[in-house]
Design a protein around this ligand. Structure first.
Ligand SMILES: *Cc1c(COP(=O)(O)O)cnc(C)c1O
Length: 220
């Protein structure tokens, strides 16, 4: 049996310890990735006092979160999966942070939806640090031009997010993301998952996205 409360406590302790070894010394925000886990599992984390969650599908989040949000209005929801333009309205309505802004078409749709709804989720740009063709995200070379396009649309970008290639040492990708954020004067850095969040914190993560280490393995 997965003990969600205990997992959360252990990870928060590990984050605080890792933060002491980082240059910034600030403990990052733990985004509990609850994708594919049901309301019962999420409820355990909420009862344990956790409030920041990540989901990768708009539709799944729309089914899971509205009732939980009524009960826990201080929940902060992060979208960490690819966003299709036809789901933008729903995403803007539900999420407080969208970590996966990765193309101009999406930036335009977000700008429109934010203006019409008057809701302004924080935005992070996803960077494809490994330049993998199958993965979303702008490449490090494209980032400067993309940030300028976002700026021209009136979008305020708070930071960067990355998902390193599965078969590579994540540290070099985290270091690259940090360097890019510094270069462009961006504050937030979302990097690190269950396997590598300590490395990410040592390299300056302000947000880590942890699923399995909190909720246990996801179903088949
Ligand atoms: C699923 C997912 C995570 C969490 O992964 P774990 O290995 O379960 O911690 C983090 N980030 C993104 C983008 C994900 O899709």
């Amino acid at each position: 049996m997965t003990n969600i409360r205990e997992n959360l406590e252990n990870i928060k302790t590990a984050l605080a310890v890792a933060a002491q070894q980082s240059s910034t010394k600030t403990t990052p925000v733990l985004v509990a990735v609850s994708k594919s886990h049901d309301r019962r599992a999420v409820g355990e984390a909420l009862v344990a006092g956790h409030r920041v969650f990540g989901e990768n599908r708009v539709q799944e989040a729309e089914q899971k979160w509205p009732p939980l949000r009524k009960e826990y209005p201080d929940v902060e929801l992060h979208l960490i999966g690819p966003l299709q333009t036809n789901k933008v309205k729903g995403a803007v309505r539900l999420f407080d942070v969208i970590q996966t802004l990765d193309r101009l078409k999406l930036a335009k749709a977000l700008a429109r939806a934010m203006e019409t709804s008057g809701r302004f989720p924080k935005l992070l740009v996803q960077v494809n640090t490994g330049e993998e063709p199958q993965k979303s995200g702008v490449t490090p070379q494209e980032l400067g031009a993309f940030l300028k396009e976002c700026n021209d649309l009136g979008l305020k970008i708070e930071g960067l997010m990355c998902l390193p290639p599965a078969d590579e040492e994540p540290a070099m990708h985290f270091a690259l993301l940090k360097k890019l954020a510094q270069h462009f004067g961006l504050k937030e850095l979302s990097m690190g998952m269950s396997q590598d969040y300590k490395t990410a914190v040592a390299l300056g993560a302000t947000h880590v996205r942890v699923g399995t280490a909190i909720f246990g393995p996801r179903g088949p």
